[in-house]
Each structure stands twice: as C-alpha cells, then as structure tokens.
Design a protein around this ligand. Sequence first.
Ligand SMILES: NC(=O)C1=CN([C@@H]2O[C@H](COP(=O)(O)OP(=O)(O)OC[C@H]3O[C@@H](n4cnc5c(N)ncnc54)[C@H](OP(=O)(O)O)[C@@H]3O)[C@@H](O)[C@H]2O)C=CC1
Ligand SMILES: CC(=O)N[C@@H](CCC(=O)OP(=O)(O)O)C(=O)O
Length: 345
Amino acid sequence: MKIGIVGANGYSGAELIRLLARHPKAELEMLISHRTKGTMLTAQYPHFQHIAEAELEDMAPDEILNRVDVLFFATPSGVAKDWIPCFLEKGLKCIDLSGDFRLDNGEAYRRWYRREPAAQNYLDKAVYGLSEMNAFRIKYAQLIANPGCFPTAALLGVLPAISGGLIDPSFIAIDGKTGVSGAGRNPSLGNLFAEVNENTGAYKVGIHQHTPEIERFIKEFGEQEAKVTFIPHLVPMTRGILCTIYAPLAKKVTTEEVRQYYKEVYKGRKFVRIKPAGSFPSTKEVYASNYCDIGVYADERTGRLTIISAIDNLVKGASGQAVQNMNLLFGLAEHEGLDAVPVYP
Ligand SMILES: NC(=O)C1=CN([C@@H]2O[C@H](COP(=O)(O)OP(=O)(O)OC[C@H]3O[C@@H](n4cnc5c(N)ncnc54)[C@H](OP(=O)(O)O)[C@@H]3O)[C@@H](O)[C@H]2O)C=CC1
Ligand SMILES: CC(=O)N[C@@H](CCC(=O)OP(=O)(O)O)C(=O)O
C-alpha cells in the first residue's frame, strides 16, 4: 500500500512514519509539509537516518490522488475538513487524526472547536475509528475519523461499565492527565520546559473539545445519554495519557466481577489489557506502544466504581490507532506494524 501523510513533520505525522517504516505492507510514498517542504525528513527528525530518508513535499491534490492508496491527515483541526471532500469524491481512502469528522453535528463542532464545520454529507460519511468498538464499520469505511487521545482512553475505560449496566451514566467524572507531546510540535508559551517542568494544572476546564466526542460515543456504543465532567491536566512528562474515571455503581458488584466482565468484553482484543485485581496502570507500562491498560475498583464502602486507563497519546491515542484502522480498512491483521513492546523505563 502506498501511503501519503499530510502533516508529516508534526509529532503524530512522525509517529506514523516510525510505525509505517516497519509495517510489512506499507510503503511511505508521500510526506507532505508546507513550512518544511524541500527539506529532508532527517533534517527535522534525525532519528530517521537510514530508516526513512525521504524529502518533505508540498503537493496539489491531483498529484496526491495518483500516487497513494490511503492518505493520513496529521494536521490541526480545521485543515482536513477543507481538503478531504475532493479526495472522497475521487474514491481515495482517508484517515483523519484531527477532530474535524468526529462529531456528526456541525453545530456542536462550531461550538467546541470554534470553527466552521465540514458539510453534513461528509460528516455523515465518516466512521469513528475506535478500533475495538467499531471494527466492522471501519472495514467498510472510506473516511475514518480517528478518535482523540483523551476519548480513546476514556471510552475504552468507561464503555464496558455502561454497556454492562454497572454504573449510573448520569454522573461520570473523568480526570484526564496528559504529557506535553499532546500539544504538538508547534512551540507555545505554555509548553516551554520552564512552564511545564515541576508543574501540574488543569486546562480548558468546561470547554475541552473532547467532551462532546466522549458523550456522543457513550450514546452510540453504550446506548445511554450521559453528560460527563471531563477535566484534563497537563503533567510534566513527554508522552502518556492517564484517565481516572469515577461513577456511581448501579448495582452491587465486586471488583472481581467487574474485572471478569471487562475481560469478557475485550476478549480477543490484543491491544486492551485488563490489570490484575488491586493493580492499576501507569503511563510507562504502555509507553510508545499501542496498548490501552485498564484497572478497575468497585468500592463497596462508597458505592462507586473507579476505572483507570492508560495509553500513549501518540500511539493508541493517535498514530498507532490510525495504523490499526488502516489495517482493518485494507483487510490486514489488526496488529500489523504495531507489535512493539512498550519501552520501560
Ligand atoms: N499529539 C497528540 O498526542 C495527538 C494529536 N492528535 C491530532 O493530530 C493532529 C496533529 O497533531 P500533532 O502532530 O500533535 O501536531 P503538530 O503541530 O506537531 O503537527 C501539525 C502538522 O500539521 C501541518 N499543518 C499545520 N497547519 C497546516 C495547514 N493549514 N495545512 C496543512 N498542513 C498544516 C504542520 O506542518 P506544515 O505547517 O509544515 O504543513 C505539521 O506537520 C491534530 O489534529 C491533533 O489534534 C490526535 C491525538 C493525539
Ligand atoms: C496537551 C494538549 O494540549 N493536548 C491537546 C490534545 C488535543 C488533541 O490532540 O486533540 P484534537 O485532535 O481533538 O485536537 C488538548 O488537550 O487539546
């Protein structure tokens, strides 16, 4: 398969290159960047020396169409929605890592992303790429809306509890923590070492764009209306997302019963690992890998369930899941190119 990447010089673009450079069926055909066009990828990312020595290019849509079988958009929200319609009309398969096609309601996109949405017919065409929950539809998609990093961790964590009727969905609180690479490679004041190091704080309280995405897919996959309190925090690490999710138990269950139920839901799903009882994930356990690790605790004293999920934001939270979706889309084994063992320490 010939691969094109728009936004190849950003963090998630580079992570796509890292994974696809070792994918047995993928060939990196076209790496697109505007600001750094004409430079070598290794000038931006020296770790690719002798691995991916391509030049970064800037291309007109017509030239892209004839050269690739699938096009990834690793661009900020607001870009893919303008590019993708012309590729869809010509039959090209596209995987968008941004938020442009994750909400089916243009009004919600306008409110949370503060931009004009894509036309409704394109929003309707997009299939949400939460691989473990939507594999059947992903296989037949033309446009995949790859999930956001927090929604991936939050939904994989909370959906079994909802579909199993274990929790009351009217009060779900999600405390998210992320590493700084989640903000991308574009420099900004808030992401300077001196600002982030030895510091932790909440941001976008009440206005984070992943809130409606989490609520939408609780409804679609869990068949329950939910208004979630989602509060993200920036912590001084490079990679990783940890979501701690709290909800009232809807029935009397033990931690072991919840664990067994989660294991049943994710049976055969290689990238979701349920922790042993009394053990909870940390971001290092999944570092640079496509795993999502989940630990659960049913607190009989308070009548609440706590679910803790960990992913690497750039892999399962972005480029790894995008490759997993590409595998599904092209009828390949889901784990092709994604077998890397987490890096520890
Ligand atoms: N970082 C993460 O952990 C995650 C990121 N994502 C999503 O992935 C996408 C990329 O994020 P990330 O890699 O972090 O971002 P970066 O800022 O690191 O990279 C963004 C890329 O987009 C390109 N770009 C910027 N503006 C435009 C434009 N107007 N037209 C075309 N290309 C443009 C940039 O290159 P150039 O300007 O040279 O063209 C750059 O290559 C975002 O939508 C983000 O939300 C999703 C989940 C997790
Ligand atoms: C640390 C940090 O700033 N993280 C970003 C991650 C967002 C992201 O990548 O998501 P979209 O694809 O929805 O834009 C944030 O919380 O907004």
